[in-house]
Design a protein around this ligand. Structure first.
Ligand code: 5GP
Ligand code: ZN
Length: 113
């Protein structure tokens, strides 16, 4: 079994609330939501961060972003939304399987802090 949390979620070994799925992407609700809608979109294949994914499979990175937009639309975020890909220690990344946060349902402040 993988020791990567998000690989285990994709495999169904760790339960999650799925909101969207394609052949190569998976989206599920964040367990600690920071906004009324807070969904994580991941590639099913393991890549550590957005840089690694960009290098290895840029078409899959595009698929992840397209899935994030599909989630925002299906969640009804017509007033707008925020996509975030925390990367590395300074970026605040805590799970080393690339993921895009889809945040919305309230006005988002900037800068995020
Ligand atoms: P990061 O800090 O790496 O950008 O984001 C990781 C996200 O994963 C956090 O927002 C955190 O709440 C979420 N998370 C951590 N563990 C789990 C889990 O077991 N299930 C779900 N659904 N989300 C998780
Ligand atoms: Zn993984």
């Amino acid at each position: 079994m993988s020791d990567c949390l998000f690989c285990r979620i994709v495999a169904g070994d760790v339960p999650s609330t799925r909101v969207h799925e394609t052949e190569r992407t998976f989206a599920f609700r964040d367990v600690t939501p920071q906004s009324p809608t807070h969904v994580l979109v991941v590639p099913k294949a393991h890549h550590a961060d957005v840089g690694a994914l960009s290098d290895a499979d840029p078409a899959l990175l595009a698929d992840v972003l397209a899935a994030a937009v599909a989630v925002a639309r299906s969640e009804g975020l017509d007033g707008g939304f925020r996509l975030v890909a925390n990367t590395g220690a300074d970026g605040g990344q805590t799970v080393s399987h690339v993921h895009v946060h889809v945040l919305g349902g309230r006005g988002m402040t900037w800068p995020p802090g």
